[in-house]
Design a protein around this ligand. Structure first.
Ligand code: FPP
Length: 251
């Protein structure tokens, strides 16, 4: 598949010139507002998700091209199963399409990591995820982390169970469990904590996304709906982040 984003950036487009020198190591995105975007146009919600998937594709390429090392996206939460079946099917279909169109990421040496409880997903999706994780695990230009059937509390339960099992076997003293050990048992064990969490669509909450990893994250909220979240919107968020004073509890 042909892609021009690197060339475009190497020639120094206006978009990249304004980027801050200090990039967050890990940017997380809550892709919110697809339904409202479609409703405003009198279209079904699934149309909004399709447009949202296009934005996702463009933003992932842009992250890769500007040198962001870890980019996480909230694709489907453990709570999203409450949505109408038709909408869930539409999201799973989009996901299936997307998972079969990832050559570009592999060519760009992007490592793909899927976080969440895979066991409830259709088998073909689970298998394809495993293949992509396997095929891309040698790459290190960017980690692209997709949260699918993911919940932050669910992830902490998953980590607690593993530690409890080790303690029950006598491999671990419960009194010696540290924050680092919990981090090492999360789905994101190889990924640094989130530096910048971006949520479009005017909602001001985390919705159970990477709650442990966001302990010291900076938050960026905008009213723009996800399908309209262009590269220039990400530049605004990155510039805003660059101007923040991070103290991590110090002074
Ligand atoms: C939240 O918007 C969005 C989702 C629950 C789904 C996100 C999915 C995509 C962007 C498309 C699939 C992605 C890939 C990787 C193929 P919402 O529907 O809750 O919007 P609303 O708040 O306006 O109703």
């Amino acid at each position: 598949m042909a892609f021009s984003f690197l060339k475009k950036n190497q020639t120094g487009s206006d978009e990249t010139k304004s980027l801050p020198e200090v990039l967050p190591k890990h940017v997380a995105f809550i892709m919110d507002g697809n339904g409202r975007w479609a409703k405003k146009r009198g279209m079904p919600r699934k149309y909004g998700h399709r447009e949202g998937a296009k934005t996702f594709h463009d933003i992932t390429r842009y992250c890769r091209s500007i040198g962001i090392k870890n980019a996480s996206f909230y694709v489907f939460s453990t709570e999203n199963w409450k949505r109408p079946e038709e909408e869930i099917e539409a999201i799973m279909d989009l996901l299936w399409e997307y998972l079969n169109d990832c050559d570009e990421y592999l060519e760009q040496e992007v490592r793909m990591i899927f976080i969440g409880d895979k066991s409830r997903l259709p088998e073909r999706i689970q298998n394809r995820m495993k293949e992509l994780e396997e095929d891309s695990k040698k790459y290190d230009k960017m980690n692209l982390i997709l949260a699918i059937n993911y919940g932050g509390r669910d992830e902490i339960v998953y980590a607690a169970r593993q530690l409890a099992e080790k303690a029950a076997k006598g491999e671990l003293d419960p009194g010696e469990i540290t924050e680092e050990m919990i981090s090492d048992h999360l789905y994101t064990r190889e990924i640094p904590d989130v530096d910048l969490m971006i949520r479009p669509s005017g909602e001001l909450r985390l919705s159970n996304f990477l709650i442990w990893q966001c302990a010291y994250a900076e938050y960026y909220f905008t009213d723009v709906l996800w399908p309209d979240f262009a590269r220039s919107e990400l530049n605004k968020a990155l510039n805003d982040f660059a101007g923040r004073g991070r103290r991590f509890g110090g002074i």
